[in-house]
Design a binder for this molecule. Structure first.
Ligand SMILES: *[C@@H]1O[C@H](CO)[C@@H](O)[C@H](O)[C@H]1NC(C)=O
Ligand SMILES: *[C@@H]1O[C@H](CO)[C@@H](O)[C@H](O)[C@H]1NC(C)=O
Ligand SMILES: *[C@@H]1O[C@H](CO)[C@@H](O)[C@H](O)[C@H]1NC(C)=O
Ligand SMILES: *[C@@H]1O[C@H](CO)[C@@H](O)[C@H](O)[C@H]1NC(C)=O
Length: 433
């Protein structure tokens, strides 16, 4: 009796350890060297790059193309600093990055996309892949070529199998979520007619509102990005034909004209937007927003009112944008930014829910036409499934030295899926590091 129980326990521990070892998925980098001749380069002139984990089984002809996020640079000073980081130079990118959430290769963590070809395009241009300025100032050696990078990466992937895609989903988070809206129809046009093509924007729906001091801060900021990077000619013509180019960097003026099915996933209280659009540092010289921006539980009634007002403006900005039957909408009331790449938010036992639906399920059902999803959460604090730390995932989870320890796709936790010896899932445990 004791022996057999001990044997079962041992089996569980062994399989646990095995799972621990294989849980984290790190995917190596591919530099697109041929892009350099086309002038499709990072801010510092280095080649663009992506990480590709090949599809398998039924996913072999399906492709998820995901844009990395990481803000923008809006003037030469900013771009020069950025050039010295992995967000401006492929020379400084980690050789391997963690794939989790929508990039995860395990079915229990990512039920609909786990076996697709999953590509993460590295972000090193600072313009959400829209820039294209031919001239390079020798004094700064800054290259503004984001749109060329986008094309060069797709051209590199087409012969590697993308040209045979049955299914293709263009996604991205934050500045990458914006890129997936701006390039959605362009992606459709680059793929064969027979491919099912859809786009998913995660935390990319940046809205045009005044900040708490009344200044049009984000409008000025986006205008600077668009003019510095020469983005105008690469923004959707359906928008630039009627509006000033800098407006066409805002999803609310672009999304209504996007013809490819588009799913907007965003927190109504997007923590990046609250911190940088509603209450940016220069609109709050006394720092009264500081602790509220860190944790929504610290916000004063007045600050909460400003955030509720922000939510209403957000919902107005969504307007008709995503009301087509082919599109999708998942607007939760969490204090969050980016919910697809973080395993915890994408698909775990206690992940956020909206209408009893987790994000991974809503997106999968929409992509495969199993059921549409258009839902807007009730206002904060009505949703108990929100985790509300407001912490964005790190810009980039570079591989850390391992020294024999377990790999983890999450930064501070190892998540282990426990499988019974007969193959059925028992559950998962989380080990904090
Ligand atoms: C560049 O942009 C940043 C952020 O908007 C701003 O703080 C800074 O003053 C600008 N620098 C110059 C030289 O314009
Ligand atoms: C969305 O479309 C439906 C019917 O197509 C309409 O009843 C509804 O009012 C629309 N919602 C918005 C926000 O435009
Ligand atoms: C392992 O740790 C040691 C010291 O803690 C360090 O010197 C070494 O570089 C690490 N190895 C790797 C592969 O990171
Ligand atoms: C596997 O074993 C567990 C525990 O004995 C049981 O609850 C479950 O139904 C089994 N699953 C299958 C597929 O046999």
């Amino acid at each position: 009796m004791v022996d057999s129980r001990f044997g079962q326990w041992l089996k569980l521990v062994v399989s646990l350890l095995l799972l621990l070892k294989t849980q984290g998925l790190y995917v190596g980098i591919t530099y697109v060297k041929s892009a350099v001749a086309k002038g499709a380069v990072c801010l510092d002139g280095s080649p663009p790059a992506y990480h590709w984990d090949k599809g398998f089984g039924t996913g072999i002809n399906s492709w998820l193309i995901h844009f990395e996020g990481g803000g923008w640079c809006n003037n030469v000073t900013n771009c020069l600093s950025r050039k010295k980081t992995h967000l401006g130079s492929s020379k400084l990118m980690g050789q391997q990055i963690a794939f989790s959430g929508i990039m995860n290769n395990k079915r229990p963590f990512n039920p609909d996309f786990y076996n697709w070809n999953r590509v993460k395009i590295r972000y090193c241009d600072g313009s959400s892949f829209t820039g294209d300025v031919q001239a390079v100032n020798p004094a700064t050696n800054l290259h503004f070529r984001g749109a060329r990078i986008w094309l060069a990466v797709i051209e590199d992937l087409l012969p590697k199998g993308l040209k045979n895609a049955e299914n293709a989903l263009l996604s991205g988070c934050s500045a990458g979520g914006l890129a997936s809206i701006l390039h959605c129809d362009s992606f459709r046009s680059l793929l064969p007619m027979g491919t099912t093509v859809k786009c998913l924007s995660d935390a990319g729906y940046f809205i045009n509102v005044r900040d708490v001091s009344g200044a049009p801060h984000v409008q000025t900021y986006f205008n600077e990005i668009v003019s510095l990077h020469g983005s105008a000619k690469n923004l959707p013509l359906s928008c630039t034909s009627t509006l000033k180019p800098s407006f066409c960097f805002f999803p609310q003026y672009v999304a209504p004209q996007v013809r490819t099915p588009l799913f907007i996933l965003n927190a109504a209280y997007d923590s990046w937007q609250i911190r940088n659009i509603l209450a940016p540092g220069n609109a709050d010289p006394l720092g009264v927003w500081k602790s509220c921006k860190l944790d929504i539980n610290n916000c004063s009634p007045l600050q909460l009112k400003a955030m509720q007002d922000f939510r209403l403006r957000f919902l107005i900005a969504l307007n008709k944008a995503t009301n087509s039957s082919s599109g999708g909408l998942y607007i939760d009331s969490c204090y969050a930014h980016c919910q697809t790449e973080t395993q915890e938010k994408w698909f775990m036992a206690d992940s956020p829910m909206l209408g009893k639906m987790k994000i991974a399920k809503a997106v999968g059902d929409w992509f495969y036409d199993r059921s549409p999803f258009h839902k807007i959460d009730c206002p904060y604090p009505c949703n108990p499934s929100c985790q509300n730390s407001g912490l964005a995932p790190p810009d980039n989870s570079e591989k850390k030295p391992l020294n024999g320890s377990a790999e983890s796709a999450e930064n501070e936790q190892i998540i282990v899926w426990i499988t019974h010896a007969n193959g059925s899932d028992v559950g998962m445990i989380r080990i904090s590091l």
